[in-house]
Design a protein around this ligand. Sequence first.
Ligand code: GAR
Length: 199
Amino acid sequence: MAAQKIKTAILISGRGSNMMALVEAAQLETYPAEIVGVISNRPGAAGLEKAQALNVPTAIIDHKDYETRESFEQALHKQLISVNAELVCCAGFMRVLTPWFVSNWKGRLLNIHPSLLPKYKGLKTHQRAIEAGDTETGCSVHWVTEDLDAGAVILQDSVQIMPDDTADLLAARLLPVELSLYPQALSKVASQMQTMLNP
Ligand code: GAR
């Protein structure tokens, strides 16, 4: 009997191209994860419609509806439980998560970050790489831990920085690399989980 696919939820805040890459990869019969839901903290996130068009269940948990970060995260947590998520992929999810949330999902929470971590944690990664005179940058899929963008890297890939690059040009050149890397990283993690659950 084929191993059970690992139920995976995706957190987004915007465009959703990484989310779509994961959804499309998971349509393959042999992919070890299935996408059980997409949750956005922004009601207007373009990714929501893209997910709906592929019949992926979506939910909006708008952080502005909650007085505290903790109450927002409790609602997020409840939604993840309600779709039976075993793994959670942050994909352009632009909220910093508290230690409470992270500890609840430790070892089951991934993120994609547009830099070669440990370089350039946080925001404006491309601008900072250009200003530093770096000749390459990249993206990292990593485990989420209590410290921002500091968890162990699962997979990383790089692109060259050209002399005339702007942050926008660099982001556009990196995007296809991200869209290839994240599905590979989720596949790796979900396969490992399948082996652990069914040795
Ligand atoms: C991606 O480039 C991702 O690496 C970045 O946001 C973009 C989301 O695009 N993530 C971060 O900066 C996290 N700190 P997408 O919504 O089209 O996938």
